[in-house]
Design a protein around this ligand. Structure first.
Ligand code: HEC
Length: 166
């Protein structure tokens, strides 16, 4: 089956930000079902330029058996890459778009299984940009039921905008 090429990782540019699609392009199910949640922890109220932050992405849903996510950090005005993304451990890898220099953090295949009941988390580092700029974090996640079909998954999206410390 042709679609099997996507089994290992979702394609980049599916965060829902700046006109992008989300995981819903291929996974059909509810959007932002209140029975579950998508959270991003580790960002301060305002960031310090060039400082490194450890971020944790968590998705949970009562029907979750596998999970995945995608995250980008871009200038909220221009859509250009803001700062740098790095994995903190083997749960995350970074896809880099060669022409746009955009970075997309995504789950690795081995990090799609729940770590706690109905919950998957991933850890990464965001190195803030050296100069002050408003940064939009766009996230999309899939709380999947692991039935090897695109049906019945729960897709979540999240947008967080941060500015630098004055
Ligand atoms: C271009 C199509 C496509 C897009 C876009 C896509 N996926 Fe998938 N994904 C698939 C296919 C095909 C499978 C394997 C069949 C299945 O299980 O649904 C899959 C499977 C998965 C699985 C394994 C769990 C399961 O149900 O088998 C996870 C986790 C996952 N995708 C996460 C994501 C996330 C997160 C996004 C958005 C950031 C995303 N996918 C976007 C096509 C896609």
């Amino acid at each position: 089956m042709l679609l099997a090429v996507y089994l290992d990782q979702p394609p980049p540019a599916r965060t829902g930000g700046f006109g992008e699609q989300t995981c819903q392009e291929c996974h059909w199910g509810t959007l932002n079902d209140p029975a579950g949640s998508l959270t991003l922890e580790g960002l301060p109220k305002s960031y310090a330029p060039a400082h490194e932050y450890s971020l944790k992405v968590t998705v949970q849903h009562p029907d979750l058996r596998r999970g995945g996510f995608q995250l980008s950090a871009r200038d909220s005005r221009t859509g250009e890459q803001a700062g740098l993304l790095r994995p903190l451990n083997e749960s995350v890898e970074i896809l880099k778009e060669s022409n746009s220099h955009l970075e997309y953090a995504i789950h690795t295949r081995k990090a799609t299984r729940p770590s706690a009941a109905h919950t998957v988390s991933w850890s990464l580092i965001w190195e803030a940009p050296p100069a002050s700029q408003p940064v939009a974090f766009h996230l999309a996640a899939n709380a999947a039921n692991d039935d090897d079909s695109p049906l019945g998954d729960s897709i979540y999206t999240l947008i967080i905008v941060k500015s630098a410390i004055e």
